[in-house]
Design a binder for this molecule. Structure first.
Ligand SMILES: [Zn+2]
Ligand SMILES: [Zn+2]
Length: 261
């Protein structure tokens, strides 16, 4: 019924209790999850989840916040993308939230890393899982400059304005909403969610972070994606089953390798 389009089950908060998490997912009718890679060093562990369990898949990429890790080349990403059960490139993108005294100009390394992911996605025709924080202008500009990509992608854990959402939709991207949608203060984001057509919406937990209300502040896990679906259903004035079905269909459409193998 439901799919968690973005979670980090290889992180220590969750990796120690995978069987319990899987039982909780089954109890909540969360059938499937996409396990997201954030460093090359982490890839084998994320990939192992996707090969061990038939309802988990994974991505290959290096998160923009990660420094002091192995820098990926296009070839590195293409090698990982060729492995079975890898269905996306990312998470990748730009994050200027924690500049730590640096200027945006100093973050050229992040833009270069994002470009490597865009080039890899073009060559292997896999969709991009895009992370953007305090950097939406540059993120959209780089994707626009990339021109037509064979498989578009998703702006995950969306927290940006309606204008950014429209720009992402114009680029052919999907918008994924996380537990932030349930936060009391997220009025503007709920307005954005009302505007995004349901056929372009995904839902995610980004667990272990960002647990939705009523679990806010606790460790998140994929079973809680139902609370994101519930909130989206209330915003759209639709039954939760409709949200579950539509976001599952969107997930299959965006990540066609999931149904291909
Ligand atoms: Zn992210
Ligand atoms: Zn993430």
């Amino acid at each position: 019924m439901y799919v968690d389009s973005h979670c980090h089950l290889s992180f220590p908060e969750l990796s120690e209790r995978i069987e319990q998490i899987r039982a909780d997912m089954a109890g909540a009718q969360v059938d499937r999850a996409l396990c997201i890679c954030t460093t090359l060093e982490e890839f084998d562990q994320v990939h192992a989840l996707a090969t061990r369990y038939d309802n988990f898949w994974c991505s290959a990429g290096v998160h923009p916040d990660n420094e002091g890790v192995k820098e990926p080349s296009v070839d590195d990403l293409l090698k990982l993308a060729a492995k079975p059960r890898v269905v996306a490139i990312g998470e990748t993108g730009l994050d200027y939230y924690r500049l730590n005294g640096r200027s945006v100009a100093d973050m050229a390394w992040q833009r270069e890393r994002f470009q490597v992911h865009i080039d890899a996605a073009r060559q292997c025709a896999l969709p991009l899982v895009v992370h953007t924080r305090s950097a939406s202008d540059d993120t959209v500009a780089m994707l626009r400059d990339a021109g037509d990509l064979p498989a578009s992608g998703v702006f995950h854990c969306f927290t940006e304005t309606a204008d950014v959402a429209r720009a992402a939709l114009d680029l052919g991207f999907y918008i994924s909403f996380s537990g932030i949608l349930t936060f009391k203060t997220a009025t503007e984001l709920r307005d954005v969610a009302r505007m995004v057509p349901l056929e372009r919406c995904l839902i995610e937990t980004d667990s272990p972070y960002l647990a939705p209300v009523p679990y806010r502040g606790k460790t998140n896990n994929p079973a809680y994606v139902v609370h994101v679906a519930q909130q989206l259903a209330a915003i759209k004035g639709l039954p939760i089953e409709t949200i579950g079905r539509a976001t599952s269909i969107n997930f299959d459409r965006l990540f066609p390798r999931i149904t291909a193998n």
